[in-house]
Write a protein that binds this ligand. Structure first.
Ligand SMILES: [Zn+2]
Ligand SMILES: [Zn+2]
Length: 431
């Protein structure tokens, strides 16, 4: 390192994900893709940069995300752009932009990728964080909500997370919410003066947001506020009852949480959240809900939708803590060669094994056998194939099983089959 040049570090609140941690990330993503596939979802990839208005209109101008946390900049003096703080608005924008509603039916998308919020950095929370999410567009049927929540439960099970609580609530529709907001504003008039500055402001501007407040001193006051669920109109009540009934039928356990309104303005009817104690304090792993008016908020046609987003950073921590999902990416073969004449045949063997999908390492320069074995051991190789003058002359390479220490001379042409047979006898219970 240079003495004169200050080393550059990553941006505060952002981090590098390194192996072997990335193995676990990949495994979690693989499980997610399989579960989405099984439920007939397809992947969508939207840009990380979006026009700022997409989020101010959808997430809500008075939310923490929009007022404090977005990375917004002016693109060369032309247009205000924002690094996406979430992806639902982007997916709905894409749905509208490409007129997917004209194709009719229900559209089921999933996405994986980084989101950006200038939040206070803390364990499991980063300013570049990752979400695994899904959106279902084109139907307001309660079965959509129940199926999405069932999918989440399956995914958590697949990654080994069994200890969690699924909270559910309904935030109604604009029709019934107007009445609730009126009642809530009235209730807040009596207590807002004793609450935090944000709540005092929101008591008038956006009373629902008061329910999201995390300030400890406000909690007893918030607990006594009226519950939105008691103010649902007949349609919203029916929707909520159908969703919860279907969850029971599907064997998905849930707890009704009347305070669960989620920190975004676009939710209608169903909201849900999963918290887990595996990370110490109860921590939110994922959340979502229905957003039947979102498409219109950003200038699209009426398009009911339902979705959720899993915080992958915290999910991976929870997966690690649960310890059920085992991830190993061992080196299968190390090819050790001695003498310049062995390089070409060693390279040919490595190529053959790599083409068949095995993880293979080969020395880049000739090494003494003892040194090669030490490297293979350090890399955790399962087998070492040894190619020296004697092996080249006989056409039989030495294959050393590093787990048993046994060594055998194997015909060159038989090596791939031999390794395959060895692996199968080591893992007979795979199927
Ligand atoms: Zn309603
Ligand atoms: Zn407050």
């Amino acid at each position: 390192m240079s003495k004169d040049v200050e080393p550059i570090r990553s941006v505060k609140g952002m981090r590098d994900l390194l192996p072997p941690e990335t193995w676990l990330w990949q495994r979690v993503e693989e499980e997610a893709r399989q579960v989405f596939h099984a439920y007939n979802f397809d992947e969508i990839r939207t840009p990380i940069l979006e026009p700022t208005a997409l989020f101010t209109r959808s997430v809500g101008a008075d939310t923490d995300i929009v007022t404090k946390e977005m990375y917004t900049f002016c693109d060369r003096g032309e247009e205000s752009l924002t690094l996406r703080p979430e992806a639902t608005a982007s997916v709905v924008r894409a749905y509208t932009e490409h007129a997917l509603y004209n194709r009719g039916g229900i559209h089921k998308f999933y996405y994986l990728g980084p989101m950006f919020r200038r939040d206070r950095p803390q364990k499991g929370r980063y300013r570049q964080f990752y979400q695994i999410g899904a959106e279902v567009l084109g139907s307001d049927h309660p079965s959509i909500d129940a199926e999405g929540i069932e999918l989440v439960a399956l995914l958590l099970d697949r990654v080994g997370i069994r200890q969690y609580t699924l909270f559910i609530n309904s935030v109604g529709c604009p029709n019934c919410r107007a009445e609730y907001v009126r009642v809530l504003r009235q209730a807040l008039r009596g207590v807002a003066a004793q609450m935090c500055a944000d709540c005092q402001r929101r008591a008038e501007t956006n009373p629902l947001r008061v329910l999201d407040c995390k300030v400890p001193g406000d909690q007893p006051l918030i607990e006594r506020l009226p519950h939105i669920i008691d103010y649902l109109d007949a349609e919203c009540r029916h929707h909520f009852d159908r969703v919860t009934q279907q969850l029971r039928e599907r064997g998905v356990a849930y707890t009704i949480n009347p305070r669960l309104v989620r920190g975004l303005d676009y939710y209608t009817r169903t909201t849900f959240e999963v918290t887990s104690g595996v990370l110490g304090a109860q921590n939110s792993l994922l959340g979502g809900g229905r957003y039947d008016g979102l498409s219109e908020m950003i200038g699209g046609p009426a398009a009911p939708g339902f979705g959720f987003a899993i915080g992958q950073d915290r999910l991976v921590l929870a997966v690690e803590a649960a310890g059920q999902l085992k991830v190993e990416c061992p080196l299968e073969v190390y090819v050790a060669w001695m003498g310049d004449g062995a390089l070409a045949p060693a390279g040919e063997l490595a190529r053959q094994l790599r083409r068949s999908g095995q993880r293979v390492e080969i020395a880049y320069q000739p090494l003494k056998l003892k040194r090669s074995l030490a490297i293979a051991n350090k890399l955790g190789a399962r087998f070492v194939v040894i190619i020296g003058e004697g092996e080249l002359a006989s056409g039989r390479y030495q294959v050393k099983d590093m787990t048993t220490g046994e060594q055998e001379a194997v015909e060159r042409a038989e090596i791939e089959r031999y390794l395959q047979a060895k692996r199968e006898e080591a893992a007979p219970s795979e199927t």
